[in-house]
Design a binder for this molecule. Structure first.
Ligand SMILES: *Cc1c(COP(=O)(O)O)cnc(C)c1O
Length: 402
């Protein structure tokens, strides 16, 4: 097993903070009571869960009663979408975007087979939405608008509050997948137009297998998982206590470090990006560089394959990503970059580096050092360097043979 690497794949998952591990461990060993039990042994666990819920609510500027724990970000997205539709059975239209995470897109696709109509808003070549297109898509039949806060592949941030104002006018419920935003940029539900918001523990230095859905007080909600009375009847099942405790601590630490982390990661990210652009010919940044997560850069290296770059980076112990982890394993280029209408030459050679508060300057230096030779080596092997037409033809042939 390998456990020391230069980890620049933090949008896929993050390292659990050691302080987080420390607070969760006793709930796997000594304090195993059921938080719903009447006895003191269980009750003390219930109290710890309440504290953790307050810690998590604080990072959103929410009330603890507005937090519902889920098993992951994917469950949060599924639950929010189903809840909004169940609460308004008379409405049969959903608005989302072409660049959502599969946890939203695949639910919408299934709903289309069940009589719902779905509008998938387009993005421009910067990955940004057209708010006029959004406004035109909203009707009295629109039950739900579900749009991500920040894109996991490019880091592009959508103007959520501007979108929310338009959604409110239409009377639809507004759900936001904020899995990539929580802990990376400041959020405040007190002054927000968002009705429901999804987050996930393992994207913010908490453990895998825990997430949460924020549900604004007063928003109509119908549970997706039925059973016991946990989570005020909004999500049944005995609480994942150790992970809930851990998520509370992880949220507290993210809040504590937020300002400093934003400044540090942005500086390191910008240095990585600007140096690569300056030292490697024919590469471009994908996505909106003005509205972007401070930890993410997605760079297209023309005429080569992203997967080949990743393999060579891996030899140097550097972890990055091409497209999202959920879609890798197929040679299909990313649906996000495709929606942005990027040319084929950049679509295939795009790499995402995503930093975190543990990323060091020395690690960034290492990447800056090896990348030019990696790209040069691969381009030397590429029969289509500087030949867009030839490249395009090769790609089309490859696709046709699959
Ligand atoms: C990771 C991710 C999810 C899924 O979260 P899980 O906890 O892995 O299920 C959903 N949306 C976005 C934007 C993500 O980055």
């Amino acid at each position: 097993m390998q456990n020391n690497c230069i980890y620049l794949d933090n949008n896929a998952t993050t390292k659990v903070d050691s302080e987080v591990i420390e607070v969760m461990l006793p709930y796997l060993t000594d304090y195993y009571g059921n938080p719903s039990s009447m006895h003191t042994f269980g009750g003390q666990v219930g109290k710890a869960v309440r504290t953790a819920r307050e810690q998590l609510a604080a990072i959103l500027g929410a009330d603890e009663s507005e937090i519902v724990y889920t098993s992951c970000g994917t469950e949060g997205d599924n639950a929010a979408i189903r809840a909004a539709l169940l609460a308004q059975p008379e409405k049969r239209h959903i608005v989302t975007t072409q660049v959502e995470h599969p946890a939203v897109l695949n639910v919408c696709k299934q709903l289309e087979t069940q009589g719902y109509s779905v509008t998938y808003l387009s993005v421009n070549n910067q990955g940004q939405l057209d708010l006029d297109e959004l406004e035109a898509s909203l009707t009295g039949n629109t039950a739900l608008v579900t749009i991500m806060y920040a894109n996991n592949e490019t880091g592009t941030i959508f103007p959520i509050e501007q979108i929310g104002l338009r959604v409110k006018e239409s009377g639809a419920i507004f759900h936001v997948d904020a899995v990539q935003a929580v802990g990376k940029i400041p959020l405040n539900m007190k002054t927000s137009t968002v009705d429901m918001l999804t987050l996930s523990g393992h994207k913010l230095h908490g453990p895998k297998g825990i997430g949460a859905l924020y549900i604004r007080r007063g928003v109509r909600f119908r549970p997706f998982i039925l059973g016991g009375h946990q989570e005020r009847g909004r999500r049944a099942g005995t609480e994942n206590v150790p992970a809930i405790i851990a998520l509370g601590k992880a949220a507290e630490l993210e809040m504590l470090h937020l300002e400093e982390a934003i400044a540090r990661e942005r500086k390191l990210r910008d240095r990585l990006e600007q140096t690569l652009l300056a030292t490697i010919p024919d590469c471009v940044v994908n996505g909106d560089v003005t509205q972007r997560l401070p930890n993410t850069t997605n760079i297209g290296f023309k005429y080569i394959e992203g997967e080949a770059i990743l393999l060579l980076l891996n030899k140097y112990g550097i972890c990055a990503s091409s497209g999202s982890a959920c879609t890798s394993g197929s040679l299909e280029p990313s649906h996000v970059l495709r929606a942005m209408g990027l040319p084929y030459t950049t679509l295939h050679g795009s790499i995402r580096f995503s930093l975190c508060r543990y990323t060091t300057e020395a690690e960034i230096d290492q990447v800056i050092e090896v990348m030019p030779s990696i790209v040069e080596r691969l381009r030397a092997l590429s029969p289509f360097k500087n030949d867009e037409a030839g490249w395009l033809q090769g790609q089309e042939q490859a696709l046709a043979h699959r």
